[in-house]
Design a protein. Structure first.
Length: 319
C-alpha cells in the first residue's frame, strides 16, 4: 500500500495535503512532515498544506492557499470522514489518498491506508517515509516526533513496543534534541494553568464515574482563554480514582455550538458520541452539541456506558 501511495506522489506535480477541522498537533505534524519530505525528495513539485490554522501550531510551518486543483493529488491525513476534512472539496481532485489511524468511518479516497492500531497519523507518515524512497531529515524527524508524542500523551497510550521502537530509532538517527522540541508543544500561558485549576475545583462526578464540567463563554472570558483551550488539557485529568470517563463541554461562540471533548480509561466512547455529531478514537473522542442543556443527555449516556463497563468487569473478575 505504501508503495502505491509513493507511486502517486511521484506521478503528480501538484499535491495538496489536508487534515481534519479543529487542528491538533498530530494532524498538523503529519501534514507538515509529509509536505517537507515530498519537497526534500522532489524539490520541483508544488506541495500545499491546507486548512484553517491555529496560532498555537505555527512552529510546524506555514499553511498554504491553493487554487486550480484539477490536476492535483489530494492526500488527507488523520481524518476518517468527509465532513471533518478541513479546507478542500473532494470533487476538485483527480485522485485522493487517505492516510489515517482512526477507526474506519467511510470510504472517500481512491487509496485508503487505515491502521487504527497506529499511535498517530505521524507514525504512519514515518512508516511511509521509511518504506519508500521518500527522504527524511532532522526537521522532518522532529515534527514526526512531536506528532507521536502529542497523540500518545507522551507514550502513555502506547501499549506495545511498536511506537517506542520507531521513536527510539528516530531519536538516535537524527540526533533529536527532545527537550528543545517539547518547549513549543507544551509551553502554555499562565491563564490556561489557572483554568485547569478551575476545572479541577469544579469537576462534577456522576454515580458511575463520569467526571464533567461545563465551561461557559463567561468562564472562558474570565480566564482569557479561547474555546480550544480546555481540549488541550483534558489529558491531564487521567487517573482520577473512581473516574472512568471525563468530559468537557465548552461553549464555542464562534461556531455557535458546544465543543464536547471526552476521554476514557475503560469504556469505549466513540460509538456513543456518533449520536451527537461526534466520533473519534475508542478512548479519545469529541462531539458537537447545540447548547449546554443537551450536555445532560451526553452525560447520561456516558454514565450508562460506565455502569455497563463496571458490571462486565465485575462479572469477568468473578468467573
Ligand atoms: P478532541 O477531544 O477534540 O481532542 O478530540 C479527540 C478525538 O475525537 C480526535 O481524534 C478528533 O478527531 C475526534 N473528534 C473530535 N470532535 C469530533 C467530532 N465532532 N466528530 C468526530 N470526531 C471528533
Amino acid at each position: 500500500m505504501y508503495s502505491d501511495i509513493y507511486k502517486l506522489i511521484k506521478e503528480y506535480k501538484k499535491i495538496v495535503l489536508a487534515r481534519h477541522v479543529g487542528v491538533d498537533p498530530d494532524a498538523m505534524a503529519s501534514v507538515m512532515a509529509l509536505k517537507d519530505s515530498i519537497l526534500l525528495t522532489f524539490p520541483k513539485k508544488k506541495v500545499y498544506a491546507v486548512g484553517s490554522g491555529s496560532n498555537r501550531f505555527t512552529y510546524f510551518g506555514k499553511l498554504d492557499k491553493v487554487d486550480n486543483l484539477k490536476k492535483a493529488l489530494l492526500i488527507v491525513l488523520d481524518t476518517p470522514d468527509i465532513r471533518r476534512i478541513d479546507g478542500v472539496n473532494l470533487s476538485d481532485f483527480s485522485k485522493i489518498v487517505k492516510i489515517d489511524h482512526h477507526p474506519f468511518v467511510e470510504k472517500y479516497a481512491n487509496i485508503e491506508y487505515i491502521d487504527d492500531t497506529a499511535s498517530s497519523a505521524s507514525e504512519l507518515v514515518l512508516e511511509l517515509i521509511n518504506e519508500t524512497p521518500l527522504l527524511m531529515d532532522k526537521n522532518i524527524a522532529g515534527k514526526i516526533y512531536l506528532g507521536i508524542v502529542s497523540d500518545t500523551n507522551r507514550f502513555m497510550f502506547s501499549k506495545t513496543g511498536r511506537t517506542f521502537r520507531a521513536v527510539s530509532k528516530l531519536i538516535d538517527e537524527y540526533n533529536l534534541e527532545i527537550d528543545k522540541l517539547y518547549e513549543p508543544l507544551y509551553l502554555r500561558p499562565i491563564n490556561e494553568v489557572k483554568l485547569e485549576g478551575y476545572i479541577g475545583l469544579n469537576l462534577n462526578v456522576t454515580e458511575h464515574g463520569v467526571a464533567y464540567i461545563k465551561l461557559t463563554k463567561d468562564i472562558l472570558d474570565e480566564y482569557k482563554v479561547d474555546a480550544a483551550s480546555p481540549g488541550n488539557m483534558i489529558n491531564n485529568f487521567n487517573f482520577i480514582a473512581n473516574v472512568l470517563v471525563w468530559a468537557f463541554f465548552t461553549e464555542d461562540i464562534k461556531n455557535n455550538n458546544i465543543r464536547v471533548s471526552v476521554r476514557s480509561r475503560g469504556p469505549v466512547i466513540n460509538t456513543a458520541l456518533t449520536k451527537y455529531n461526534g466520533g473519534g478514537h475508542k478512548y479519545a473522542s469529541g462531539a458537537r452539541i447545540k447548547n449546554l442543556d443537551m450536555a445532560i443527555d451526553v452525560i447520561n449516556d456516558l454514565d450508562n456506558l460506565c455502569e455497563e463497563y463496571k458490571k462486565e468487569s465485575e462479572s469477568i473478575e468473578n468467573k
